[in-house]
Write a protein that binds this ligand. Structure first.
Ligand SMILES: Nc1ncnc2c1ncn2[C@@H]1O[C@H](COP(=O)(O)OP(=O)(O)O)[C@@H](O)[C@H]1O
Ligand SMILES: [Mg+2]
Length: 273
């Protein structure tokens, strides 16, 4: 095979590459995202696999958060934002008029950069979603959902004796795990995390990374990170974005040891960032 790694062609070829999954959990095809007249995402196609962590990396402003928000229609909340192209969850068009957006965001949950628990009790933070979605048949059932979600988020032991205390009284790392428990409580299929550790210290970060590792067998996880070591540690797939383009997507080990595109190589070797 010809080595095209020093031509512009390789960027294009790699950027169009989608993985040959038997049944990807989500697919995006030819997705553009605009803010007013400005195109922030340009023709991105990607498959998101089940039971995998997919990392979105790339320099600040390249469109990682914008594309992540397209995956559960969080861009709908930004007045100037417009998404074109196709995004499917289990083969269903998430932008179709029949799609219930509240339901979609339960199925494709989100954890944000800054932990944002509700100013309510720890218990209520987790119980809120299941309640509005009618997932619990009574108090005992809800107690169980809350306990199970907090356990899965690795927070139960730390909070089981103080469930009535405010979620905002927890440490930053605990608050982020509470937000993960809140996402888990409504039984999501995909969890989107936008730089979930950027406001956390190294110990809290390590806990979240460990948790991501434990959760991956159960959900499709997409994590935005500008920390390449973190991408290498937690993900199986990595997508490199630059200036609104998906430059390259593949196995994390391949992306970090044998990138195809010059732009990827330059980024991971720290030539720009
Ligand atoms: N709400 C918004 N309104 C207008 N432009 C935005 C908005 N959010 C992001 N952008 C622009 O879109 C581009 C991609 O931003 P973003 O998705 O936040 O990048 P990243 O997450 O990779 O840092 C940037 O040029 C940014 O300024
Ligand atoms: Mg961002």
């Amino acid at each position: 095979m010809t080595d095209m790694s020093d031509t512009g062609m390789s960027d294009i070829a790699a950027g169009q590459r989608v993985l040959n999954e038997a049944a990807p959990k989500m697919i995006a095809r030819d997705v553009d995202v605009f803010y007013g007249d400005k195109k922030a995402i340009d023709n991105v196609s990607i498959d998101i696999a089940l039971e995998n962590v997919t990392a979105f990396i790339g320099p600040s402003g390249c469109g990682k958060s914008t594309f992540l928000r397209a995956l559960n229609r969080m861009n709908d909340t930004i007045a100037s934002a417009r998404v074109t192209g196709k995004i499917e969850l289990d083969g269903e068009d998430i932008y179709s008029s029949g799609m219930d957006v509240v339901q979609l965001r339960a199925r494709v949950g989100m954890v944000f950069q800054k932990p944002n628990p509700f100013p309510k009790s720890i218990y209520e933070n987790v119980a809120y979603g299941p309640r509005i979605h009618g997932l619990a048949s009574g108090k005992a059932d809800m107690d169980q959902i809350v306990e199970k979600s907090l356990k899965r988020a690795g927070l139960w032991e730390e909070v089981k004796d103080r469930l009535a205390e405010s979620g905002t009284a927890l440490s930053g790392g605990q608050q982020q795990r509470l937000c993960i428990a809140r996402a888990i409580a409504v039984d999501p299929e995909v969890i989107l995390m936008d730089e979930p550790c950027s406001a956390l210290d190294p110990i809290a970060t390590a806990k979240i990374e460990e948790l991501i590792h434990e959760l991956r067998g159960r959900y499709a996880i997409v994590i935005v990170t500008h920390n390449m070591q973190q991408a290498a540690r937690v993900s199986q797939r990595t997508a490199f974005f630059h200036l609104g383009n998906l430059v390259e997507y593949g196995d994390t080990s391949e992306i970090f040891t044998n990138p195809r595109a010059t732009r990827t190589k330059d980024y991971i070797t720290g030539r720009y960032g």
